[in-house]
Design a protein. Sequence first.
Lengths: 137, 137
Amino acid sequence: MPTTCLRLTPQRNIILEELRGTRSHPTADEVYDMVRRRLPHISLGTIYRNLDYLHAQGLIRKLDKIGSQMRFDASMDPHLHICCMECGKVGDLPEDAASVSVRQEAMLDAEKTFQITGHWLEFHGVCSDCRTKGKIG
Amino acid sequence: MPTTCLRLTPQRNIILEELRGTRSHPTADEVYDMVRRRLPHISLGTIYRNLDYLHAQGLIRKLDKIGSQMRFDASMDPHLHICCMECGKVGDLPEDAASVSVRQEAMLDAEKTFQITGHWLEFHGVCSDCRTKGKIG
DNA sequence: TTAAGAACAGGAACTATTCCTATTTTCTGT
DNA sequence: ACAGAAAATAGGAATAGTTCCTGTTCTTAA
Ligand SMILES: [Mn+2]
Ligand SMILES: [Mn+2]
Ligand SMILES: [Zn+2]
Ligand SMILES: [Zn+2]
């Protein structure tokens, strides 16, 4: 059996290290800026390709529903996200902060057409920076 | 007091009528195709501008988290959405099909930084068309 | 060692959406 | 009804996040 081994090139390693070193859920070009300090000749295409690769390998998360740009997250333990409606900052919520309960009887009709496989839940709010700005300005 | 009156131009009226005549949650250029049959000279910019206007006036919904394109929905009664992971089709679920319960104690820590104002919940699944295609092909 | 495959840098292409501008339509006060 | 002001429109250019392409370099496995 051909083992689909994980190939960790220097570029992939450094992308992963940088992502693991932040809690800011950076966009692709924020990752680009972080990685370029250590690999000045890396290309943005390599950033995108390898973020996709690492996500496909199950090593990082890809948040494609938050804001207008994709964001990436190296923490794989189950948790929820909250996004500031003013500045777009993304924060973490503990996994048990909220739960989604589904009423089967109400789903039955929908299940005739759609087979439900999962869901996406995200929270919206205002971060502390934007709240203080709002009070002063 | 200056009353901010609702301006319903012919273009806006027809966009609204077409959107109210479908349950397909169309994208902007699908609305464009629908409206162009009745207004052959309308521009895509007018479609976008007026879909934004109608959304700002609270007359339609704008689904910006589903798939890679915005989708629009004229049914304003509260309901949830389910999106086919194969073809991107969007369907409705009754509002009481699912509920999100939030554990206040788990939120307290997060509330110190983020003030939570709302949330977004959407379901993922496979539509019946894609299920039959999968079985045959 | 060598051939095949994978990943790379750099930059072009793609595309959904927004922006710009000259023209037309609608509104408001007289 | 009329004139001036404000808003909306058509058409097309610009923007920007992401993907794709190409020639080159690196890695892996006989
Ligand atoms: Mn996170
Ligand atoms: Mn709907
Ligand atoms: Zn903020
Ligand atoms: Zn489908």
